[in-house]
Design a protein around this ligand. Structure first.
Ligand code: BTN
Length: 246
């Protein structure tokens, strides 16, 4: 991952750029990384926009071709990528680093970054997986409405070279991807849970306008979150559940 690296000064979205490359006739090698200094139409989860100050943050997309993975298990890919990003950032940030279901990288209760994985299918297999990653690295200030955002710079009061962090992410993502490919699925799943934000602790959530106390007990292979409440486990998708930070 990252052997074939293209750095762009400015692009709408690196995910869009990579998807356009794929729709042209020339094959794109697995592991290709498209990085942009700035994006003017960066995309996040749930049709949100992704804003990042140009030149200060990591915004990139990488291509994987997990033909071995049935779509029923697509969340395994999400887990493996999250573990790679976690391993690359852990030497800097330590155990306060968490993976927030389904696609966020957290430090304490603040969001450091997120992922947007777009799987392009062929039948029930994943043909191409466009994995977009946005991480706040050297940005000092955030807009007032981004109350929840933080950066490595805000945490450590130091700037870090983007290319070094990118190289570490590529290496660790590759290592976790190869574990998945080798069938070490249980190891990937167990490690994911051990790093999951709010795993196995009683917390407040909201669903359908209703607040409740529950405990995250796991994540299904299709990506649904499992929360236990009054001794009953219920599964939720991203739109159905909100984490209440209080
Ligand atoms: C989220 O937290 O909602 C996901 C954010 C994903 C942002 C990255 S930045 C690189 C890639 N290109 C995009 O347009 N989005 C992803």
């Amino acid at each position: 991952v990252g052997q074939n690296l293209l750095t762009l000064k400015e692009v709408d979205s690196t995910n869009n750029f990579l998807k356009n490359l794929l729709s042209n006739s020339k094959p794109v090698p697995e592991g290709t990384v498209i990085m942009a200094e700035g994006q003017y139409a960066g995309r996040g989860q749930q049709n949100n926009k992704w804003h990042a100050e140009p030149g200060k943050n990591l915004t990139f997309s990488l291509l994987l071709q997990p033909h071995f993975l049935d779509i029923a298990y697509q969340f395994d890919l999400n887990r493996a990528i999250s573990m790679g990003v976690y391993d690359a950032l852990w030497p800097l940030l330590g155990d306060a680093l968490k993976i927030k279901w389904p696609n966020d990288i957290y430090y304490g209760n603040k969001k450091l970054g997120g992922m947007l994985i777009e799987n392009l299918l062929q039948g029930s297999q994943i043909k191409n997986s466009v994995i977009g990653i946005g991480l706040n690295i050297n940005q000092e200030n955030f807009p007032e409405d981004a109350v929840n955002a933080t950066s490595v710079r805000q945490i450590l009061h130091k700037d870090y070279p983007l290319n070094d962090i990118l190289a570490d992410i590529c290496n660790h993502v590759e290592a976790w991807y190869l574990k998945l490919k080798a069938g070490k699925t249980n190891f990937v799943r167990d490690t994911y849970l051990s790093r999951l934000y709010w795993f196995n602790v009683e917390k407040r959530f909201k669903t359908n306008g209703q607040e409740f106390t529950g405990t995250i007990t796991g994540v299904k292979d299709n990506g649904l979150l499992i929360v236990k409440h009054n001794n009953t486990e219920t599964t939720y998708n991203l739109k159905e559940i909100e984490f209440l930070n209080k």
